[in-house]
Design a protein. Structure first.
Length: 132
């Protein structure tokens, strides 16, 4: 349990540093309207000690489907990765990051183990480089 807490704190610190660096950088987004947002990839890893019915029961009980994603965020993609769980990418304004975290903590924990990865849209940069 102690190792899990230390690992979680380390991950939180690393993600905070990555988020700060991402927000400070001049990353070009495909749509200027979305410049004030980051992409956040979330892994919801299935708790394999539970059946799918138990996982869904937990999500229904906590209201996950109504509370996630929080208002003001946008689902960019949502995939099922067999053997892993769900992989969700959200477009998140920086001031909504806490709301995303709380929505996961309050509604998904107990059904999933979670991992968060701040990302950015590299496609426009790649396309620009290809044209050179």
């Amino acid at each position: 349990m102690k190792k899990h807490i230390v690992a979680s704190l380390f991950t939180l610190i690393c993600l905070s540093l990555l988020l700060s660096a991402l927000l400070a950088s001049n990353v070009a987004f495909a749509d200027d309207k979305k410049q004030d947002a980051i992409l956040l990839t979330i892994f919801l890893k299935h708790d394999q000690s539970k059946t799918l019915a138990e996982i869904n029961q937990h999500l229904d009980k906590t209201g996950f489907w109504k509370k996630f994603p929080p208002e003001g965020t946008e689902v960019v993609s949502w995939y099922i990765m067999m053997g892993i769980g769900q992989v969700i990418t959200l477009r998140v304004p920086p001031d909504k990051l806490r709301a995303v975290n709380l929505a996961i903590e309050q509604n998904a924990w107990g059904a999933f183990r979670t991992e968060f990865y701040p990302t950015y849209d590299y496609m426009p940069i790649w396309q620009k480089e290809r044209q050179k």
